[in-house]
Design a protein around this ligand. Structure first.
Ligand SMILES: Nc1ncnc2c1ncn2[C@@H]1O[C@H](COP(=O)(O)OP(=O)(O)O)[C@@H](O)[C@H]1O
Ligand SMILES: [Mg+2]
Length: 266
């Protein structure tokens, strides 16, 4: 069998916020070209895990390796160089409201590369076409629907032709059709541009549309990693409960009052 190339390796990561243990020994490998989807309930630490992978949060212990390079050993320049290869679609979309669509995309391009303005214009145009927003350059984010904003976010994430794209809840808050559109774009982009993708989501429809492999995060650990087939046929009762959306089972989906209050003040 052909050896798969490991692009990201998360090794035994522990992370506390205050006195709350969020991640308790997370291990995960992401292979070149695959779409890895990390699923799990709200507040279980999916975004936190993603932030460790992009290097904006540091683990209390354990390491993240990018192509074998321990991210903790990189200085700011090294991290910057690495981040040029990343595209990130944040949960909120995070567009700058006072900038046009084009300017939002240009920011990503100017941040990292000294490019001629004509080249930048062409790149912006191409990326907008890829996400079905041809000619939308001059619009302001306030003139866009939620789905369009997500697509601009997506265009921005791929502006630098990244090798790896990270998606945080790409379909959350969208109507089912727009969620399907975004999922299809994620699939198309990963195939057309040979991108390695890591997405976190609690949207099960989305999980089964885009994932090559699925990892279930629960109580700070990965319960199971597998293909869609393997996860659908899981024998793990907690994974089963989650994918079937059953309220009753080994997992208690009710938050404690302490956790709820913490969520409120975020
Ligand atoms: N920077 C932070 N400081 C303190 N607590 C945080 C921080 N980021 C996340 N948390 C807490 O960690 C838990 C996991 O958060 P998060 O990773 O955002 O979960 P998810 O993305 O799975 O919904 C939540 O209870 C959240 O309140
Ligand atoms: Mg999150």
């Amino acid at each position: 069998m052909e050896e798969k190339e490991v692009i990201i390796e998360v090794k035994d990561i522990y992370k506390k916020f205050g006195n709350r243990q969020i991640l308790s020994g997370v291990n995960l490998k992401v292979y070149k070209g695959e779409t890895m989807v990390i699923m799990g309930g709200s507040g279980c630490g999916k975004s936190t895990l993603l932030r460790h992978m992009v290097g904006t949060v540091k683990p209390d212990s354990g390491s993240v390796y990018m192509r074998g390079q321990n991210m903790a050993e990189l200085d700011e320049n090294g991290l910057d160089a690495l981040r040029k290869k990343f595209g990130i679609l944040f949960q909120s979309g995070a567009l700058f409201d006072s900038l046009t669509v084009k300017e939002n995309l240009c920011m990503a391009l100017r941040e990292h590369a000294k490019l001629d303005e004509n080249i930048i214009s062409i790149m912006v145009k191409m990326k907008l076409e890829l996400v079905g927003l041809r000619g939308f350059e001059a619009l302001m984010p306030s003139q866009l629907s939620g789905g369009m904003k997500k697509r601009v976010g997506l265009a921005r994430a791929i502006a630098m032709d990244p090798e790896i794209v990270f998606y945080d809840e790409p379909t959350t808050g969208l109507d089912p059709i727009m969620a399907g559109v975004i999922d299809k774009l994620i699939l198309d982009l990963s195939k057309k541009l040979s991108i390695t993708s890591v997405a976190v989501t609690h949207d099960m429809n989305s999980v089964f549309r885009i994932a090559d492999r699925i990892a279930m995060l629960h109580e700070g650990r990965i319960l199971q990693v597998g293909t869609q087939e393997e996860i659908k046929n899981t024998t793990n009762p907690m994974v089963k409960q989650f994918i079937e959306g059953q309220p009753e089972g080994p997992v208690n989906f009710f938050m404690s009052k302490e956790d709820y209050l913490e969520e409120l003040i975020k």
